[in-house]
Design a protein around this ligand. Sequence first.
Ligand SMILES: [Zn+2]
Length: 289
Amino acid sequence: MISVRRARLAPSAFVAIALLCAVRQAADGQPQGTAATKPAAASCQRSAFRVVVDVGHTVDVPGAMSARGVAEYAFNLALAQQAQQTLIEAGFANTVLLTTDKPPPQGLIERATRANAMAADLFIAIHHDSVPDNLLQNWDYQGQPNRYNDDYPGYALFISNDNADRAGSLAFGRLLGLALQARGLHYTPHYTLPLMGHRRRELLDAEAGVYRYDQLIVLRLTRMPAVLLEAGSIVNRDEELALGTPERRAITSAAIAAAVEDFCQARARPVGGSVVRRVAPPPRVPATR
Ligand SMILES: [Zn+2]
């Protein structure tokens, strides 16, 4: 689960369409409707492409609580470790697992600082989702009181418009969402619903399930494309069981690896003699949440 302070709900359809066009262009490596001027000469250098897999939350501040009383951090760590292993096996030998002991916000700032210091090419934050407290219901599991919500299963992806490479973040988010869907998973649309209140989010890519969440520190202070993945809802009683299995972790990890491969390839491909890489100005506002 990720907390918020304020929501921005404003985008016009025009802006959304423009964003999608930007995604397609970045993902394809060619402007839409433009013939390739030369064959792709560069290719993805997997061993040099550094992916940071960020384990959301900490042992002491472990995030959401699942329907059966397991802390989110345990889910995050298990999936992040599997994703790192899958990426390494796919040739991304420099993949780094990022954890911290510091509570937020210091720990969040530290995550971004460390990723920037190692000049990572891509930052993926691993989380598991919950719902606002007012949407949770009570039940007993093994004699213990717990809380659940069975209404909103599915993954969700978030990017920040304040990230230094917003176009890259959105392009990778799209690739990851489509890769998850190709493996039978679906995103949850509930972040667009009025009942989410101040946690309501703008859906930037309605096909892939990528939402806008500008204020997330790990997304806005990182200097490389950055995406936060909510891998599924651990307060959903059925999905919690699935998320706890090696099979589900393998599916999600395979999707991550496939999306990283596609993104690395798109970044390596020259377009009109230049590499597809867009760098936006640094964040304008101080890190507060
Ligand atoms: Zn979380």
